[in-house]
Design a protein around this ligand. Structure first.
Ligand SMILES: *Cc1c(COP(=O)(O)O)cnc(C)c1O
Length: 372
């Protein structure tokens, strides 16, 4: 079990005790303080803390009052699409870029229709999506642009932190992410009215009048979660640096292994490296991704397939998919294997993973035909 990022030491027990004995477990000052600190870190005027990124996406689409279609990637975690469907909107999938694995602005453009109500892009593994092209497209159409920024707390685009782009950006603080609250999320926006409506929406839709203005949820963050997130904020920059060093170490070693390539980090982009995936070319590697997945699992290496199957191939979405081919999504999703990455991962552990991977490739390479 990998311990979540940036969790505090035992001294935190006192803080927990103070919160519990104060009797104020929700709607208190710690959530407000965390919202202010997170907004200041991200460089945005408004941060609305919520119980999860899922709830944040769902409520943001809700308060925007949309009808029709939402264009989004299929190469993502399925909940990006769930938030669309929960709002009675139709998800329309667009292909991703072969180098950054983020949704392609060009592909989004080909999916535009008179029914398009919004675009939701994802900063994949923390790599910023094609922000200028997506913002231009949304402005041209006069439609909202949201970013599922679950992976991207601390990412930068041309020196500016992710958070203030598009209409809103939605972060996750669940345990596999960069900043951990236990459970939690944050909607960052420059739009004061949107922030106000989201504050009502997370509180049953009730702005405090007992006369709800939107069909809300209880999607508040508790004081305990806010206190955890606030602690994690102190070390976030350091942990992003460590993850980038680990990624660089993996790439230096694995560049020599035939059939492996990596997500490109575009100039001007800083990724959080929420995940690190190798992209495997079966023919050159000599084995399929799934063969390698199992081979490394047998060596007790915690590998994942982020993200496979792509959303349009999942049970819930097969029928919803418009059938337009998503060739890049298919090949990336079939080729990715995510290796262990967390800020305290030691150099020795990285070398061990690389050794196992190189050994597997040598075995496959000697075999003469592709192993499945
Ligand atoms: C983890 C994740 C989410 C969901 O975040 P929660 O805070 O767990 O709701 C949404 N989108 C992406 C891309 C994710 O990886």
């Amino acid at each position: 079990m990998v311990s979540p990022e940036g969790l505090p030491d035992a001294s935190f027990a006192d803080e927990i005790h103070r919160i519990v004995s104060s009797g104020q477990l929700t709607n208190g000052r710690r959530v407000r303080e965390f919202e202010e600190a997170a907004a200041a870190y991200l460089g945005v005027p408004h941060g609305v803390a919520v119980s999860s990124c899922t709830a944040g996406l769902l409520l943001t689409l809700r308060v925007l009052g949309l009808r029709g279609e939402v264009i989004l990637p299929s190469f993502t975690f399925h909940v990006t699409a769930h938030s669309v469907v929960w709002n009675g909107l139709r998800p329309v999938f667009a292909d991703c870029e072969p180098d950054t694995f983020c949704v392609s602005a060009e592909a989004v453009r080909t999916q535009l229709s008179p029914r398009t109500a919004a675009v939701v892009a994802v900063h994949m593994y923390g790599h910023p999506a094609d922000i200028p092209a997506l913002e231009a497209l949304a402005a041209e159409r006069g439609i909202p642009l949201l970013f599922d920024a679950a992976h991207a707390f601390g990412s930068r685009f041309n020196g500016t932190r992710i958070g203030g782009f598009g209409t809103a950006e939605v972060f996750s603080f669940s345990p596999t992410k960069l900043l951990v609250a236990g459970e939690g999320g944050l909607v960052a926006t420059r739009d004061a009215e949107l922030a106000r409506r989201l504050r009502a929406a997370r509180n049953y839709g009730d702005p405090g009048t007992y006369d709800p203005e939107v069909l809300g949820l209880n999607a508040r963050m508790s004081e305990l979660h806010a206190a955890l997130a606030q602690r994690g904020l102190e070390s976030i920059e350091e942990r992003i640096q460590q993850r980038n060093q680990i990624r660089a170490r993996y790439e230096r070693r694995l560049r020599e292994v035939p059939g492996l390539s990596f997500q490109t980090i575009r100039p001007g982009c800083l990724s959080t490296c929420k995940d690190f995936s190798v992209l495997l070319d079966e023919t050159q590697f000599g084995a399929s991704r799934d063969w390698l997945f199992e081979a490394l699992q047998r060596e007790n290496i915690d590998v994942r397939r982020y993200f496979w199957p792509p959303v349009h191939r999942q049970k819930l979405y097969r029928e919803v998919w418009d059938g337009r081919p998503l060739p890049v999504t298919e090949s990336v999703s079939d080729g990715v294997l995510s290796l262990p990455i967390y800020s305290s991962l030691s150099d020795t552990a990285v070398e061990k993973v690389c050794d196992a991977l190189a050994r597997a490739q040598e075995f496959a390479g000697r075999n003469g035909h592709t192993l499945r």
